[in-house]
Design a protein around this ligand. Structure first.
Ligand SMILES: Cc1cc2nc3c(=O)[nH]c(=O)nc-3n(C[C@H](O)[C@H](O)[C@H](O)COP(=O)(O)O)c2cc1C
Length: 209
């Protein structure tokens, strides 16, 4: 690609201790729709991705959020803006759960296009980074039939809540966005047909910081 940007980025190891209690994070959590354009750090992104899908039981490969039958139907993408994450170029990245790394999926800042596909929700391009929770339903429905679809949606809710709480614990903010057009979002993110985007979650610092 000639940009010096590595195609695989190993994220810093997540911390298992935070500076605020779970109760404080729950009581402070709010949906925020105004973000500072300041970048977030790789450590902050690492922590948020770990909370969303990271491995917390290395022997059984179980993750931070519960999953029906441990079928793990979710995949997490990160749309990083220009100067969105310290020392990471603008692009769409895939979170690799197994080794807690990011793979470059496509270069370029897609936040404005994403916002247009999401009823012009300005926070999607104002925030330095957007986390997109996608589902591969088949991983779960092949075990549970059509009931598996509801399990996938429940799991996305668990992951979304963990992102909210982790962002709050880090002094960052987010909002869960469900209002967007699936097909344009899928095309902007260059996802295969079987991937369904469920949530777009802009993450960043508050404008008041
Ligand atoms: C399934 C779901 C979809 C949502 N979609 C949007 C959205 O498209 N745009 C938005 O600004 N907020 C969205 N929200 C956030 C809600 O508006 C927000 O949670 C609610 O106003 C309560 O505020 P709080 O999160 O600060 O407690 C969504 C929340 C959920 C659970």
């Amino acid at each position: 690609m000639g940009t010096g940007q590595p195609t695989k980025i190993f994220l810093p190891a997540p911390s298992r201790k935070g500076s605020i209690s779970l109760e404080e994070a729950i009581s402070r959590r709010r949906s925020v729709r105004d973000f500072s354009p300041q970048p977030i750090s790789q450590s902050q992104l690492s922590q948020i991705l770990w909370a969303a899908q990271g491995i917390t039981d290395t022997s059984r490969r179980y993750r931070a959020v519960p999953s029906a039958g441990a079928t793990y139907p979710l995949e997490i993408l990160v749309a990083c803006g220009r100067n969105g994450i310290e020392e990471i170029g603008a692009g769409i990245y895939h979170y690799n759960v197994a080794d807690h790394s990011l793979s470059l999926h496509h270069q370029g800042d897609v936040r404005l296009d994403l916002a247009k596909a999401a009823l012009d929700e300005a926070m999607i391009y104002q925030a330095p980074v957007d986390i997109i929770i996608c589902a591969l339903y088949q991983r779960t429905t092949r075990h549970y039939g059509s009931r598996g679809e509801r399990y996938v949606h429940m799991e996305a809710g668990h992951a979304g809540q963990n992102i909210y709480l982790e962002a709050t614990a880090l002094g960052l903010a987010t909002v869960a966005i469900g209002a967007f057009h699936d097909e344009p979002v899928r095309e902007i993110l260059r996802l295969d047909k079987q991937y369904k985007p469920l949530y777009i979650m802009p993450v960043g610092r508050l404008t008041t910081d």
